[in-house]
Design a binder for this molecule. Structure first.
Ligand code: C5P
Length: 230
């Protein structure tokens, strides 16, 4: 799997996605989330792959092990490069997810969402009834993901060094919450620059609005890529 910055294609139609991609004349790594996939389905995936781009299909599966395993078997046919599940689904579910996604394609990598960045310590304690810090809860889920055979986790860049120390540098740390210096944070709370994310141990970064809402998406992407690779 390549290590290009992953562009979050948070658009509301296939047409908008292709209009955006038309501006680029190079292979990209893009993220398709549930908003878009639930409307456009596998056809959009096939058309993006046909353009030569890698795809992170960000559907965050979470159900009983059999259902997730069977759903992953279906996704395994789509020729995507990276998929994910919620670690909260448990180790049986994660193991079945790995088996399912590798059914037709050994090369697809699979990562776990640990705690959503929208989860505060108050929600963790009072709603999930987990009486630890967010960091300890993230580490616990990341360890379970590794034990279940997953390739890594989605996490905040500010959590990556903790996970690298515990789980090694090969374990994928895919991090949103990235903002180049001088750009709007939008609704992201805990942000780093691409360069800081790399220094902290992210293996991949996910960047949306700083590229998709830019006046010059190609230039913004290249600046982010340079900062990330430097
Ligand atoms: O536009 P922006 O760079 O904030 O987009 C980040 C992308 O990463 C969005 O698609 C968002 O849903 C996703 N994401 C996130 N935080 C997480 C998990 C996913 O921002 N914890």
């Amino acid at each position: 799997m390549n290590t290009l910055p992953i562009i979050a294609l948070d658009f509301d139609s296939s047409e908008a996605v292709h209009t955006f991609l038309d501006q680029f004349d190079e292979p990209l790594f893009v993220k398709i989330g549930m908003e878009l996939f639930y409307q456009t389905g596998p056809d959009l995936i096939a058309s993006i792959k046909a353009r030569g781009h890698d795809i992170f299909l960000d559907l965050k599966l979470h159900d009983i092990p059999n259902t997730v395993g069977k759903a992953m078997e279906g996704l395994s046919k789509l020729n995507v490069d990276l998929v994910n599940v919620h670690a909260a689904g448990g180790t049986d579910m994660m193991k079945r997810a790995v088996e399912g996604i590798r059914k037709y394609n050994d090369n697809i990598q699979i990562i776990a969402v640990t705690q959503l960045t929208s989860t505060t310590e108050e929600v963790l304690h009072n709603e999930q009834n987990i009486q630890s810090s967010i960091e300890a809860a993230v580490l616990n889920y990341a360890q379970l993901a590794k034990q279940s055979g997953l390739d890594g986790v989605v996490c905040s860049p500010l959590e990556t060094s903790l996970l690298t120390n515990a789980l090694g540098s090969e374990f994928l740390k895919v991090t949103p919450g990235i903002r180049p210096e001088g750009t709007s944070a939008d609704d992201q709370k805990r942000i780093t620059t691409p360069h800081q994310a790399k220094a902290l141990g992210s293996t991949h970064i996910v960047v949306g609005r700083p590229i998709t809402k830019s006046d010059n998406p190609v230039e913004s992407y290249h600046k982010i890529k340079e900062s990330w690779l430097s």
